[in-house]
Structures are given as C-alpha cells and as structure tokens.
Design a protein around this ligand. Sequence first.
Ligand code: FAD
Length: 412
Amino acid sequence: MVNEAEVVIVGSGMGGAAIYRSLQGSGLFVVVLEAGRAISAGNTHLRNLLPRGDGGWRTFLSVMLAEGGTTSAPLPGLGNCCGVGGNALVWSGIVLRDTGASEAEFELAASWLGARIVSGSPRQEWLREAHGLAPVPLAWSPVEGWHGPMQLAGPGYSPLPSQAARRIVHRGGRAIGVEIGDRIIRARHIVVCAGVIETVRLLWASGLARELPGLGRGIAHHPVAVAQVAIPAEAWSRMAEEPDIDRPAAVREFPAADGAHTLIIAEPPWMADGRAGGRATLSIYAYTTLDDDPNRRVSFDPPCFDVPRTAAETRCEERALSNAKAWAERLGPILPSGRPRVLPRGADQHLVGGARTGDTDDPLAVADRNGRLRSLENVWIAGAAALPTPVTTHPTQRIVALAARTGALLRG
Ligand SMILES: Cc1cc2nc3c(=O)[nH]c(=O)nc-3n(C[C@H](O)[C@H](O)[C@H](O)COP(=O)(O)OP(=O)(O)OC[C@H]3O[C@@H](n4cnc5c(N)ncnc54)[C@H](O)[C@@H]3O)c2cc1C
C-alpha cells in the first residue's frame, strides 16, 4: 500500500498521462490515482465512456439533483466528459492547433501524441483531387487503435484504479496529501487532472472555493453541427483495397479567425454506424467557438450545473449549421440520415474550464499560467479544467502542451 509519494497525480486521463510523461526519467516517485476501474487484464488501459442513456449524464445529473442541485440547461454529452481515462476508445486524436501554448509546446504535444499526417492513401488523394482538401495530423496507433492516455504516458504507466481522491488535505497554504478512502497519501506535490467537473468538485471538497472565486466558472463546450454525404460508388471502388481502411482518413480543417472550422472525415461503410445504408461516407463536423462567459459554471454548494443558453450561443450554432450545410451541398449527395443539424449541447465532448489557469489579474483563473494553484503552493491543475479560454479545436493537443509545461516545472 502506497502511503507517500513525491508527486501524486489525481486522474489518469489525458492531463494526468501528459504530466506522467513529462516526469518520466526524473527519478521522482509518482503515483497516479484513478477513480475508475481498470477494464482490461493487467490494467492496460482505462475507459472513458460512461454507459449512455440512464447510466450516463442522466445519472450524473440525477445524483446532483438528488443532492439538492439545480440545472438550468444540462449538456447531454456531459456524462462522457466525466468518465474514466480520457479519450481512449474512439477515433479521437485529431490535433489542430489552438491558442495558449507556444509553438514548441504544441510540437512536443503532437510528438507525444504520435500525431502525424497520413497522406498518399487513395482516400486522401481522392479528397485532394476532387475537392482540394488536404489532410491534418491524426494521433492514431497503427497497431491496435488509440488508447489515448496509455499511449501518451509511455512505459510504466500504472494508474491505481478505483482510488478516488476525496479531498486535498492542507495546512498553512501547503498541501500535505490526498485523502482516499480512510487514509491519506502524503505528497510533496499534487497535480489535479480529474476532468472539468471532478476537478472543480475536488477543490470544492477541499474547502478551497472561498479562496478561489473563479472556481467552476467560465466552463465552455464546443458547438458543432454535423452532416453526412455519400462517397460516390465509383470513387469508393478505387479506395476499398486501401491498407489502412479501418481508420478515419483525410481530415481537413478550415479555420476562421474566430476558431470556426470544419472537419471532413472519409469513413468506410462499417464506420458509418449503419446509418448510410452500407455506403462509404464523408462525415462533416462544423465547429464554432463560444464566447468567454463567467456565468457558465458548475458549483457544489449546492451542487449545480448552470449553463444558461445565450443569444451568442445560438448565433454560434447557426453559424455551425450554415457551415455544415455549405460543405454538405458542395460534397453531396446528402444522406437522408445525414441532413445537416446542430448536435445537442455537450455532445461535442469538449467541455473545458472551471479551474482555469491565467494571469494574476484574471478573476476567473484559479491557477497561474504554469498551473500552480493560487491558494496552495504545491498543488497544480492540468487537463481540460485548466484550459484558460473556451476551446477552439479538439482540446487534447492544448491539454498536453500545457500539462507538459507544468510537468517541466515539477521536474525542475
Ligand atoms: C468520447 C470522447 C471522444 C473524444 N474525442 C476527442 C478527440 O478526438 N480529440 C480531442 O482532442 N479530444 C477528444 N475528447 C475530449 C478529451 O477526451 C478530453 O478533453 C480530455 O480527455 C480531458 O482530459 P482530462 O485529463 O482533463 O480529463 P479526462 O481525460 O476525462 O481524465 C480525468 C480522469 O480523472 C478521473 N477522476 C475523476 N475524479 C477523480 C477523483 N476524485 N480521483 C481520481 N480520479 C478521478 C476520471 O475517472 C478520469 O479518468 C473526447 C472525449 C470523449 C469523452
């Protein structure tokens, strides 16, 4: 049983894995606590998906509500964002550049994620020739799918499963350790990377809300509209023998100054969820970026998830829808099941913020730009909760870039 460590990382998802990676070879004794259970023999990876429907976000919300919480606008995808182990199981890993980290930090993150441009495949070539679309890097394991955190963390990553941190024990501005069950693991440094909701909850449970007025505030999801069109049969017949056919191909971004961009993914028939009547498809995902709004918040006294719908959000959704429509009409024919539509709020799975990093004059920031918590000098925040502004692209690369910065300081 571990009772003491130099660094305790709370949460084994993308943030936790990136911190672990940056401490590799440092000689520090690092313990990773994970609330979720291990799902494969030998704890080879953890899982991120809560069951959908009643087991997912509804459970989360009903637990909060049963505890006296209120919610003005639930995000249907939220359950997945507080699941176990980060983005481990899907095709995830598209890494477009966001803001907030340096070019070198983004480069490092991309290399840790194994992101690369897969080009020259028949699908890529067809998209380029027929539509002028160029690929962007994907983090996708060539061998057995992408297990996100395991791949990112590197060798030796053995989170302790079913070990939920209950609170940070602290005295006189310093943390002493992390309480799990009925004991405390003492630590010189603690890094909290428990996802948006759970990071906020843990800091709240540690009695830090009063000292951190920005705690839980300024969370943001990522409005997205989708559409699906069929790849013409004759084009598909050129591609069907492609060696890497079971991975998404030819993803392209079209970023505007405000972060709006569209991803177009060529998928073989069996990836289209049976919606496309056995046809190969182009899936279109048009994202826009929310404004920075302190009123979108999660709090725990009482438990409350409060995401008021604003006119700005509606405008974001309309813009996403019109971008998805424009691309679908250009690339068509649109499948009957793939008509352009806005996805429910939160279905993007890109919830960020709540324990934000930022400058000292930023009232929403609970930690400095390096991730060090304002109220406890040896506690650090990483992962999606720490992102300083609403997400413009898929968040993982930025999460890893910023966590690498925090990890480098800890290492030092
Ligand atoms: C289905 C899905 C697909 C996604 N696809 C993409 C994609 O393609 N590209 C992309 O960039 N992003 C994607 N994302 C988003 C990405 O997964 C998240 O932004 C990222 O995982 C957040 O990292 P994190 O470390 O903050 O949180 P997480 O990765 O969620 O990890 C937090 C971990 O902390 C654990 N935890 C929580 N509370 C405690 C506690 N008290 N004690 C101990 N452990 C605790 C949780 O169980 C969890 O394992 C996807 C998300 C989902 C759900």
